[in-house]
Design a protein around this ligand. Structure first.
Ligand SMILES: Nc1ncnc2c1ncn2[C@@H]1O[C@H](COP(=O)(O)OP(=O)(O)O)[C@@H](O)[C@H]1O
Ligand SMILES: [Mg+2]
Length: 299
């Protein structure tokens, strides 16, 4: 769906992005991960032509993105900016109507779509007449996402979408977004410096350093098959949690529920353990889960 080939971007004498290449398949969630200044935002902005590369090419569905007007291109690509990016002097309703207005949507159509997204994103319709400054961080982030989804673009670019939120809000919004039907089917490139976030949200992760790709692969590839010392060291501090998040339950206990990580299973066990009377007699325990996980790692 998206193919970036040998992107280079210099600012003056410093090279922000140095020959980056990657593919994103339809419906996939690719994470650009790395410390501040490694070139993630610059890479993302090249995909919707907010930044033009010095060299290299990006193809969207096989077509060079330079063959389209940037404005036309951007209508098919939702963009969630770092720190929500809402216009402060526009109300929430005005903010989310920007792209529909460009596309000359009837106001009733815009209103209906907004209502639908507000419901899915757990936003109170009463905030529509408020200005962004009157909203909580979590609400601002949800409105920023609603705005990017209004015209249902097939591709979504998200730059540190949870960066401005406190830890607990971030973790719960992340969980919600992961299962949101509007996002599940989209092709997404998301930027983050948060390793846990990358592992929770990404189908594949592109770990960058100083404008270059250190490794691109599934969370399991990076964890269990690091391409070099940089990758291994980058993940070392959080390794155990990352392993628990990236290994699926059915990998360590064949025949169990698909698509739930060992970590998610642990979290739900902790809830069950808080109400032990509700647990079936032969229920999985944290102990049996950890034993199976250790066995899996030694395989
Ligand atoms: N418009 C710009 N002008 C000059 N330097 C820039 C500009 N945008 C980014 N840079 C520089 O390019 C490098 C990569 O920046 P950026 O892509 O924003 O990194 P990240 O998003 O990973 O934190 C940094 O050194 C940054 O200072
Ligand atoms: Mg950035």
């Amino acid at each position: 769906m998206i193919k970036a080939a040998h992107l280079v971007k210099k600012f003056g004498s410093s090279t922000a992005v140095n020959s980056i290449s990657f593919d994103v398949k339809e419906g996939e969630n690719l994470i650009l991960l790395g410390t501040s200044g490694c070139g993630k935002t610059t890479t993302l902005r090249m995909v919707n032509r907010l930044t033009e590369p010095d060299s290299g090419t990006i193809f969207l569905n096989g077509t060079d993105i330079r063959s389209q007007q940037p404005e036309t291109l951007r209508r098919g690509i939702g963009y969630v900016l770092q720190n929500h990016g809402l216009f402060p002097h526009y109300t929430v309703a005005e903010n989310i109507a920007i792209v529909p207005r460009l596309l000359k949507w009837e106001s009733s159509k815009t209103g209906k779509r907004a209502d639908e997204l507000f419901e899915k994103l757990n936003l109170d319709p009463a905030i529509k007449d408020k200005y962004p400054a009157a909203l909580s961080g979590g609400q601002q982030q949800r409105v920023g996402l609603a705005r990017s989804l209004m015209v249902n673009p097939p591709v979504l670019l998200m730059d540190e979408p949870f960066g401005a939120l406190d830890n607990l809000t971030r973790i719960s919004i992340r969980k919600e977004f992961r299962v949101l039907d509007e996002l599940v089917k989209k092709t997404i490139i998301m930027v983050t410096h948060d390793v846990q976030e990358a592992f929770e949200m990404g189908d594949r992760i592109c770990l960058m350093d100083k404008g270059e790709i250190m490794q691109i692969g599934t969370p399991e590839d990076l964890l269990f098959r690091p391409a070099n010392n940089f990758v291994a060291n980058f993940l070392d501090e959080q390794r155990l949690q990352l392993e628990l998040k990236s290994v699926l339950l059915e990998e360590i206990l064949p025949g169990s529920a698909k698509n739930i990580s060992v970590w998610d299973q642990m979290e739900s066990l902790l809830q069950v353990n808080a109400y032990p009377d509700d647990a079936p007699g032969d229920a999985l325990t944290i102990e049996s889960l950890m034993a199976a996980f250790s066995k899996y790692k030694k395989r």
